[in-house]
Design a protein around this ligand. Structure first.
Ligand code: ASP
Length: 598
């Protein structure tokens, strides 16, 4: 079950023309008060013709109203009830309800609007099919869970804005219709009516706009920015998302991390009522070595250990890779054969040649622990002891080991560690960590050119610059990520503001001067006119809000999300355009492959 313990925050009663009180605020101290409450009809219990109990609901909660005249109202009708607050009779108090000590009696009911029967119950306990919930999202939004999540998100946004304002940042809005930005994802294009054949790009982030703001002298910029990326959708990814986007001049990586930490911790406190401890740092190399990933989930142990030294002269043929890494799965000896085979498949998909597994069982009599594995008879005594001692394995545990290149051995075990150990992202403690000192390049493109691990404007460490021409993959960048419970919340970097370094990076990336000019000419040109040293960051608010709300999927903190296939079930978008609109845009469509033209 998802944990929805986050407080909804204090409720202030705000009377309006039609109501005197919100439903959820009434208490025994209101006894005798004449009230007019408005909302939707929740549960109804009728006792004969002339006695009915109506649970009236608004976003603050429900209040029981006792009607002792004939009344005809149905589920989800919108009504106003006028009456007097009174204590519930002895024995009928409902301790599960904030308003459970009282009820509204002597009621007059005014129907403000009738409603068709809802396609699903607004009760939180009803886990309706998500497709139906999304089609009727406006009804789904009435549910306490969605009310709580979106209001929590609003508090997160408010706290972020307040933290950034307090730290001297200026909020600036940047265009949605713009030129491509360099994050490297597929982007959404918008056809221009006035310039047929030309397209705007919807921003993957305000990256270039914010760097230009630095040239423009806005030395502390932030924005809660909408970003759009045409990527496959997942639990932590939608086409459109919001991020806290920030950039600051004359500042270091540490400055940026301090500003962002303040905003994130404030947001967490606003959402949960508790301020997390200061956020710790870990280098990318350390994260890979110990957790096999650049997004370490620190809610549990199961750290990777290196057995290279102990197995240097091993006879085990399966351990002939350049690096041997292992981890201990507590209690893992009980995993079934088919589960272990599935883990091995997963290891192979992650690129490893194989996965060695050792069940740790008790030896006969006083004998030490035994490693159950076909590989055991090839192990020397030193190797057997090293496997047990370095992993810290105990009776009933399972040791998994991968021998391969360093990267593959680490990342494969990192994938298995997450699969075996990670609780659902929104559960358990919230463990934030800054991952710093990322490599400058990660992988190569089709032409064999190194690819930027962050984006092409990321500043390498000055000390590593000589390595650019010799071992570019050893160059570290001044890039940093913020990770929460194994989810990447965001990333940022110190930017290149010097043209000579930028030219060298473009050169290493295989971006010619002409191409750079074509893609980023406006930025490069601005950099000729006095670009200050600057650095920045952006983190995803949807992801942060989801974890803080105890949710596993960011759709639960978004009012109108898309489905996995990119559809908006409420409106039916995306949909075709009439021929006249296409003509106006100068666009002719072709049928998608596999469909018959009509
Ligand atoms: N633009 C980057 C992103 O959206 C973040 C940054 O470097 O500021 O991932």
């Amino acid at each position: 079950m998802t944990d929805h313990t986050a407080p909804t925050g204090p409720i202030e009663n705000r009377p309006t023309a039609l109501r005197t009180h919100l439903c959820g605020v009434l208490r025994d101290s209101d006894e005798g008060t004449k009230v007019r409450v408005c909302g939707w009809v929740g549960h109804r219990r009728e006792h004969g013709e002339h006695l009915a109990f109506i649970d009236l609901r608004d976003h603050t909660g429900v209040i029981q109203c006792v009607i002792d005249t004939k009344v005809d109202v149905r589920s989800e009708w919108v009504i106003a009830i006028e009456g007097t607050v009174r204590r519930r009779p002895e024995g009928t108090v409902n301790p599960g309800l904030d308003t459970g000590e009282v009820e509204v009696g002597d009621c007059t009911v005014v129907v403000l609007n009738e409603a068709e029967p809802p396609p699903f119950s607004v009760d939180d306990r009803d886990e309706s099919d998500e497709q139906v919930r999304l089609r009727y999202r406006y009804i789904d939004l009435r549910r306490p869970r969605m009310q709580r999540n979106l209001r929590l998100r609003a508090r997160v946004n408010g706290a972020i804005r307040a933290a950034m304002d307090r730290q001297g940042f200026c909020e600036v809005e940047t265009p949605l219709l713009w030129a491509p930005t360099p994050e490297g994802s597929r982007e959404f294009s918008v056809p221009s009516r006035l310039h047929h054949g030309s397209f705007y790009a919807l921003p993957q982030s305000p990256q270039l706009a914010k760097q230009l703001l630095m040239v423009g002298g806005f030395d502390r910029y932030y924005q809660i920015a909408r970003c759009l990326r045409d990527e496959d959708l997942r639990a932590d990814r939608q086409f459109e998302f919001s991020q806290l986007d920030m950039e600051v001049s004359f500042a270091s990586q540490d400055d940026v991390m301090a500003y962002v930490s303040e905003a994130v911790l404030d947001a967490a406190e606003a959402a949960t009522g508790e301020r997390p401890p200061p956020i710790t740092h870990m280098t990318w190399a350390d994260a890979l070595e110990r957790f096999g990933t650049d997004k370490p989930d620190l809610r549990f142990g199961m750290e990777l250990v290196d057995l290279g030294a102990e197995f240097e002269k091993t006879e085990v043929r399966a351990f002939s890779g350049s690096h041997l890494k292992a981890l201990c799965v507590p209690g893992g000896a009980a995993l079934t054969r088919s589960r272990l085979d599935a883990l091995e498949e997963q290891a192979k998909r992650a690129g490893a040649a194989g996965l060695a597994r050792f069940r740790v069982t008790a030896g006969e009599g006083d004998a030490a622990l035994v490693l159950e594995s076909p590989l055991d008879r090839f192990l020397s005594e030193t190797e057997r002891v090293a496997l047990l001692e370095k992993t810290g394995a105990q009776e009933g545990d399972l040791i998994l080991a991968v021998s391969d290149t360093h990267r593959i051995a680490c990342t494969t075990l990192g994938t298995l560690r997450a699969a075996l150990g990670s609780p659902p992202v929104g559960q358990g403690p919230h463990r934030y960590v800054w991952v710093v000192d990322f490599p400058m390049f990660d992988g190569v493109d089709a032409g064999g050119n190194p690819q930027p691990a962050h984006h092409p404007f990321t500043m390498p460490y000055e000390d590593d610059l000589p390595l650019l021409d010799t071992v570019p993959f050893a160059v570290r960048s001044q890039a940093y990520d913020l990770v929460l419970n194994g989810w990447e919340l965001g990333s940022g970097s110190v930017r290149i503001h010097r043209r000579d370094i930028q030219a060298r990076i473009f050169d290493t990336l295989g971006i010619s001067t002409e191409e750079a000019e074509k893609r980023f000419g406006f930025l490069l040109s601005a950099f000729r006119y006095g670009a200050p040293p600057h650095a920045g960051f952006a983190f995803g608010i949807d992801r942060l809000a989801a974890v803080l709300a105890g949710e596993e999927n960011i759709r639960e903190v978004i009012a109108y999300p898309k489905t996995q296939s990119g559809a908006d079930l409420l409106t039916g978008a995306p949909g075709p355009l009439p021929a006249s609109a296409l003509a106006e845009l100068g666009i002719r469509t072709v049928p998608s492959p596999g469909t018959t033209p009509t």
